[in-house]
Design a protein around this ligand. Structure first.
Ligand SMILES: Nc1ncnc2c1ncn2[C@@H]1O[C@H](COP(=O)(O)OP(=O)(O)OP(=O)(O)O)[C@@H](O)[C@H]1O
Ligand SMILES: [Mg+2]
Length: 341
């Protein structure tokens, strides 16, 4: 990487993705840090920290750096982003890069400022903020500058960001606090209620990815899981069916679909017609939930297209946005370094 490369960052609720112009994706790791409470310092970040989920002794605290797209602990977030950036450029010196970083569509000025400050503290020379949906569409290569409406639904871990974009700017947007992690939580509750078994987040996450489906779930599709018996407190294994978690998964998916419908209802007719032609673009890891694209199509009568790189397209879009900065409007801004203090 050259010393003056631009960098695109999606500091997400679940994952942090960093891309550079020269090397493409240089980092994709969970947005987690593990802290040693006695020594008051970070002992692990990213994948290593995430692997400690549900297993930490009292002396260690596992921190999710972002909560629904917002920084939850500013100091740790800054320190972790610095480590991520150093990892991303392979130990080489980054000389004041231009950093383009994603923010939720509903971020307040204070939240935007703290995201920009985090990037400045991690070594950025210039900071650009790009709202998630606009970044996702640019990452898709969807062509956001033309006078043609494009709709995107970015389903992350903590937030679903929905927007209609035309002429380089966001026309309508909505963020909802219902996304991938809420589906995982509702799977934990469904297993507890049906099987009287408590499972951890990592197990529920695996079940969501491997077993959950919104299209014609069956009793014959099963998976064995291990957890803690809610009555005896002892370890137990059960075989759960796809059907047994269907309702829990479906309820959350319907919440997302209803939010998309709301945005469509508020969209002016010319743009609606474009969306009907172009389809709805889906990005974010949550869009990979089996059958979600079909559910959107069936409920809204518009085809849904999942990104070929749903985890990385927002960071890639943020990076590309820097080169398009003259043409971008609502949803994109350059932060002057005066805002640092
Ligand atoms: N195959 C899959 N099926 C369903 N969900 C999945 C799949 N793979 C990943 N996910 C979910 O995607 C979510 C993470 O997606 P992503 O990395 O886009 O989120 P993020 O950008 O970190 O979050 P946010 O945008 O809310 O800040 C998690 O909830 C994860 O469980
Ligand atoms: Mg995201």
């Amino acid at each position: 990487m050259s010393a003056f490369d631009d960098i695109g960052i999606d500091f997400g609720t679940s994952n942090t993705v960093i891309v550079t112009e020269q090397k493409g994706i240089v980092l994709n790791e969970p947005s987690f840090a593990a802290l040693d409470n006695e020594k008051g310092r970070i002992i692990a970040v990213g994948k290593r920290a995430y692997s400690m989920t549900g297993k930490t002794p009292k002396r260690l605290t596992l921190l999710k750096l972002m909560c629904r797209g917002r920084i939850s602990d500013l100091e740790t977030a800054r320190a972790t982003l610095k480590v991520f950036l150093q990892k991303a450029v392979g130990g080489r010196h980054i000389i004041n890069p231009r950093v383009s970083i994603c923010v939720p569509a509903s971020a307040t000025d204070v939240e935007k400022k703290s995201m920009a400050d985090t990037a400045f503290c991690a070594g950025a020379r210039k900071v650009f903020l790009v709202e998630h949906p606009l970044a996702a569409l640019i990452g898709f290569g969807a062509g956001v500058i033309s006078p043609e409406g494009k709709m995107v639904v970015d389903i992350g871990g903590g937030t679903t960001d929905i927007a209609v974009v035309s002429l380089g700017g966001t026309v309508i947007k909505k963020s909802v606090k219902c996304a991938g992690n809420d589906i995982t939580e509702s799977i934990i509750k469904a297993i507890a209620s049906k099987y009287k078994l408590l499972v951890g987040e990592l197990t529920a996450e695996r079940i969501k990815i491997e077993l959950a489906s919104l299209s014609e779930p069956g009793d014959e599709i099963k998976e064995e899981i291990k957890g803690k018996d809610l009555i005896s407190g002892m370890p137990r294994r059960v075989i759960i069916t796809q059907n047994s978690i269907y309702k829990a998964v479906c309820e959350k998916a319907v919440e997302i679909v209803l939010a998309v419908r709301e945005v469509l209802e508020k969209t002016p007719p010319e743009l609606i017609s474009d969306i009907h032609t172009n389809g709805i673009f889906l990005s974010g890891g949550g869009s990979l939930l089996k059958g979600l694209d079909r559910l959107i199509e069936k409920s809204l009568g518009v085809k849904a297209v999942i990104s070929s790189n749903p985890f990385e397209c927002t960071a890639e879009g943020a990076l590309k946005a820097v080169k398009m900065s003259d043409m971008l409007k609502d949803g994109f801004e350059q932060v002057s370094s005066q805002r640092r203090g």
